[in-house]
Design a protein. Structure first.
Length: 551
């Protein structure tokens, strides 16, 4: 029999494995095969699930399913006792021996996860039912019904929240979508159908449970078979289910009695006399869902296991990269010492021009980009990042840059303008000294004008060194303390303060030293022989001129 085939030990074992994996991997990106029950609010989803499971679920005039309900139905032997278990985040597993208590337990879990109002939560509730009359082990995930207008204090984004929740469940290719649509509704206009078609345009993993079949319209037989107006051509088809009326619910009609009434309804109604049996009744829906579920599990499980192996391999690699545990003060001090040692070694290497392979490769690749091999081009290529870790190279570049600035700041001594200035000063100081010996005050005045030009480039060079040193040392510090640990930010913050304070102190000391050097240089003296060499050259030229006149 088909029921026996669906309840083989292997089939049940596979379903249990998938259920356990789905719960464990709920917050992971790996999708497992599942059957999702979706539909508009008040279309009879709860009634369909009750017909399949044989237990009563919460009902309400407004939204009653506010969390994903993973309903696991398990067949048990005739000599075993029927019961159910329920749990959710924050609520340990509870065994329920009286099925009439399930409704209140589900409600309690819903309030725990989604609050006492009417809002929704993505956190699931796990309800497992162990019953003798369950035809085949089956797992369904019931999602909140689509609500368009917020009521009773619901979030203004309730529609968006529910649609996003539904899409998260139906988007994976491993998902089977069970739409619950009333018989009198045009299937093509159902919003859940429209949502599912975005991810399954060929409708290959969708089927419809046609609810409220007692309120069918003309042509229902063809509609169930995907023929005629209002129908849908789905690969997995449609199955009609007879819901319990409110009167039957109030009378607490047993579910086995409802199944007999359902069979009688389809047999006695002429609208269904030409409809094949596989389209009619909750029993046929269970068989179809169980077959789909088994086929889906068998076809997707190998690839899922491969993905899990890859993920485990990746996690193991991440685990190896994690720092050793710090469980004592000695461990803490040893780890701190190692990190500081590594930090000092890296800085020492960079100061002495020793760079790691990755950095050297980056420099070489940057230099190869262009065919311009001039010295200027190469220097431009290798120094685009003014705050890279090549400390020796970057400090040398800054020194060279400000040396050029200083050189260019001096007056062009051999220009006609400077000659006029000197002659003017000599004229103003005529009579102070011998004609061939300019006044010392003139030399001192001209010298100090040039000597004062040292101050700005020296100050800017110190500031440039300071800025670069701060940034590169903090950059290396963050590289050494790259691991995300509880102590990372506290240590980095403390060491950063120490580094910045030390650099500021050294900047002040360096500025004072430069200031003293410049003050010393204000004393004018020279050992330069250029003046006398020039005088002798003029004398020689003058003598040669006189000699030529005598000839």
């Amino acid at each position: 029999m088909l029921t026996d085939e669906l309840n083989t030990a292997e089939s049940r074992r596979l379903l249990k494995i998938v259920d356990d994996m789905r719960e464990i991997l709920h917050y992971e990106k790996i999708s497992l095969p599942h059957i999702v029950v979706v539909g508009d609010q008040s279309v009879g989803k709860s009634s369909v699930l009750e017909a399949l499971s044989g237990v009563q679920l919460p009902r309400a005039q407004n939204i009653c399913t506010r969390c994903p309900l993973e309903l696991r139905m398990k067949n048990i032997r005739l000599n075993e006792k029927e019961y159910a278990t329920i749990r959710c985040e924050g609520v340990p597993e509870i065994r329920v021996n009286n099925f009439s208590e399930i409704m209140s337990k589900v409600t309690d879990c819903t309030v725990r996860l989604a609050g006492a109002g009417l809002n929704v939560s993505s956190k699931p509730i796990y309800l497992t039912v162990y019953k003798k009359d369950i035809q085949a082990d089956l797992t369904l995930i019931d999602l909140p019904g689509i609500t368009r207008n917020p009521v009773g204090g619901q979030s203004k984004t309730i529609y968006k929240d529910i649609v996003e929740l539904i899409e998260n469940y139906i988007k994976p290719e491993t998902a089977i979508v069970l739409h619950v649509i009333p018989s009198s509704v045009d299937f093509t206009t159902s919003e859940s159908i429209q949502l599912a078609k975005k991810n399954d345009p060929q409708c290959e993993r969708q089927l419809i449970a046609v609810s409220k079949i007692d309120k069918f319209d003309k042509g229902i037989g063809e509609k169930l078979q995907g023929i005629g107006p209002g129908s849908m051509t789905l690969k997995l088809g449609c199955v009609a289910v007879l819901n319990r009326t409110q009167e039957e619910i109030d009378q607490n009609i047993p579910f086995d009695e409802m199944r007999r009434r359902e069979e009688k309804f389809f047999r006695s109604n002429k609208a269904f006399e030409d409809v094949p049996e596989r389209y009619l009744g909750s029993g046929q829906l269970v068989k179809r869902l169980a077959l789909i579920q088994q086929e889906r599990i068998r076809s997707t499980l190998p690839s899922i296991i491969d993905k899990l192996k890859q993920e485990i391999k990746s996690k193991k690699s991440e685990l190896k990269q994690m720092p050793p545990p710090v469980t004592s003060e000695i461990d803490c001090w040893a780890l701190y010492t190692d990190l500081i040692k590594k930090y000092r070694e890296i800085i020492n290497a960079r100061v002495h021009g020793i760079y790691d392979n990755e950095m050297q490769l980056k420099i070489e690749q940057s230099a190869i980009v262009t065919t311009d091999l001039s010295r200027t081009a190469i220097l431009t290529q290798t120094s685009n990042d003014q705050f890279d870790e090549r400390i020796a190279f970057q400090l040398y570049n800054r020194q060279k840059e400000y040396r050029e600035k200083l050189k260019n700041s001096f007056t062009h001594f051999f220009s006609s303008e400077y000659q006029k200035l000197v002659l003017k000063l000599l004229e103003e100081n005529a009579g102070v000294a011998l004609p061939n010996f300019p006044s010392f005050s003139i030399i001192e005045r001209l010298y100090r004008v040039e000597q004062n030009k040292f101050r700005k480039p020296c100050k800017e060079l110190i500031e440039s060194y300071t800025e670069y040193t701060k940034k590169v040392l903090i950059k290396i510090l963050n590289q050494v303390f790259a691991e995300e640990t509880s102590y990372k930010y506290q240590i980095i913050h403390k060491l950063t303060d120490i580094i910045l304070r030390t650099i500021d102190e050294n900047e002040e000391q360096c500025s004072n030293d430069i200031k003293k050097m410049l003050e010393i240089e204000q004393r004018v003296f020279t050992l330069n022989h250029y003046y006398m060499d020039t005088v002798n050259k003029i004398k020689k030229k003058y003598q040669e001129y006189n000699d030529s006149l005598k000839l």
